[in-house]
Design a protein around this ligand. Structure first.
Ligand code: GDP
Length: 454
């Protein structure tokens, strides 16, 4: 028996409706102490999926008119009895009704506790619970679709299939090792290796798309770099669709790092508009220069901006040097002016080069396509299973290592026991990924990031 928890499930802000959710064995009993139904029927006598109109009270004090919706275990979000009281969405009203619910015997829910109970009651696995979080925090259509796909169990199904394959391979081997005299068909190593390879390739494919998937769901840290006056702020404005940075003719006006999140195609860019890279006597600008170098270091994508109307100088060369070996797109700006820049030199150093006029808004589509290509997001299908959290990536990576070791062990002719140990480790990690066998600390970590009321 679990205690009964309650929380406000809608934001604590003025709104049409505010929903107070109560979950646990005493949900209806507690709701009955707060809500007097118009029909006189108590919620404890109501079936699931039934609603009652009534009034919410704190003792004898009338708080609001409301509708209470009853869900019966196990057919509810948490798998427990739930009552959702919908009252008017005022900050004071919802707070008072919630307080009345606490006085009536419920305990304040912790962040993510409703979803944690859903997980513990087998309503969803850990990757699906993470999808709930992904859905709530989705910042773009792509992230939302990816979360819905995961919530629908696409990743879980895939991982469960891999797990089943490994379990049956391990069981076969164990049986053969333990009962060599019985009529168990001799283990076919080619079949075993084929199965291991199938799972290996599947997990490797999931892992290879992780970074690109993250760019869609969480965004990628993007640094706009370039010497002063090439048009970094103008590019940022073009991407943001409104004037965020101050665009001026005086070199080095973008002194600090301005942060901004923009959506380009399906990709979310966490943009940093940095100060000019050029070394400067000006102390304030120097801070900007240091920040710019720092930003390049931490960036997942660099947009290196050059001015088409000016030849490359030392600062440009310094930037080309800093961008070496990184995911970078050379952005040649001011195409409305005559070309004086050595395009080939930039192309040779950076690979991908595109032309824009930030002032006129030309080249936006080319830039957006180049970004998708650079991040590999053009190959991501959000209706297919993907790994969406660092936790999932870690478990998948460890599982992959286990399978790799198992394949090596088979190839080196090691004992079946040795092969099995590796397969077992892979299985453990896959079970941790879906949460079927996750350590308590891992589960707590996942739900600690949820908001209260979810
Ligand atoms: P930053 O120092 O790199 O951030 O450069 P800004 O964005 O402040 O731009 C410097 C100057 O270049 C401003 O006067 C802008 O109006 C101008 N500029 C920016 N983009 C373009 C462009 O595409 N064409 C032209 N002709 N001027 C531009």
């Amino acid at each position: 028996m679990s205690d009964t928890i309650a929380a406000l499930s809608t934001p604590l802000a003025p709104g049409g409706i505010g929903v107070i959710r109560i979950s646990g064995d005493k949900a209806t009993e507690i709701a009955d102490r707060v809500v007097r139904t118009t029909s006189g029927k108590s919620m404890s006598d109501m079936k699931g999926y039934n609603a009652a109109h009534g009034k919410a009270y704190d003792g004898d004090e009338l708080l609001d008119e409301c509708v209470a919706l009853v869900f019966r275990a196990p057919k509810s979000y948490t798998g427990e009895d739930i009552v959702e009281i919908s009252c008017h969405g005022g900050v004071l009203v919802t707070s008072r009704v919630l307080r009345a619910v606490f006085s009536a015997g419920a305990r304040p829910a912790e962040g993510g506790e409703f979803t944690k109970r859903a997980f513990l009651n087998g309503k969803m696995d850990l990757s699906e619970a993470e999808a709930v979080m992904g859905l709530i925090s989705a910042r773009g259509e792509g992230g939302m679709k990816a979360a819905l796909t995961a919530l629908d169990g696409a990743l879980s199904k895939k991982i469960n299939t891999y797990c089943d394959t490994l379990v049956s391979a391990a069981a076969n081997m164990a049986a053969w090792v333990d009962y060599p005299d019985d009529e168990i068909p001799e283990l076919d190593f080619t079949v075993l290796e084929k199965r291991l390879n199938e799972v290996y390739n599947g997990i490797e494919s999931l892992l290879s798309k992780f970074d690109a998937g993250k760019a869609i769901t969480d965004g990628v840290e993007t640094a706009i770099v370039g010497k002063p006056n090439v048009g970094k702020s103008a590019l940022m404005n073009m991407l943001s669709g409104f004037r965020r940075s101050i665009v001026t003719d005086i070199a080095g006006t973008t002194r600090d790092v301005v942060e901004e999140t923009v959506r380009v195609g399906r990709v979310i860019l966490n943009l940093a508009d940095t100060a000019g890279i050029r070394e400067s006597e000006d102390a304030v600008e120097s801070i900007g220069v240091e920040l710019a170098k720092e930003k390049i270091e931490n960036a997942g994508l660099i947009l290196a901006v050059f001015d088409v109307s000016r030849g490359l100088d030392e600062s440009d060369e310094e930037i080309l040097e800093l961008c070496k070996g990184r995911d970078v797109i050379g952005v040649i700006n001011k195409t409305d002016l005559p070309c004086k820049v050595d395009v080939e030199r930039i192309r040779e150093a950076l690979g991908e080069v595109i032309f824009i006029s930030a002032l006129k808004g030309d080249g936006e589509k080319e830039l957006s396509d180049a970004i998708e290509r650079a991040l590999g997001t053009d190959k991501i299908d959000t209706s297919q299973a993907m790994l969406t959290t660092e936790r999932q990536r870690r478990s998948a990576q460890k599982a992959l290592e286990g399978i790799k070791e198992a394949i090596d062990a088979v190839n080196m002719g090691m004992t079946m026991d040795a092969v099995n140990v590796c397969i077992d480790s892979a299985i453990e990690n896959l079970l941790e990924l879906t949460g079927k066998k996750a350590r308590e600390a891992v589960v707590d970590e996942v739900f600690s990031r949820f908001c209260v009321g979810k």
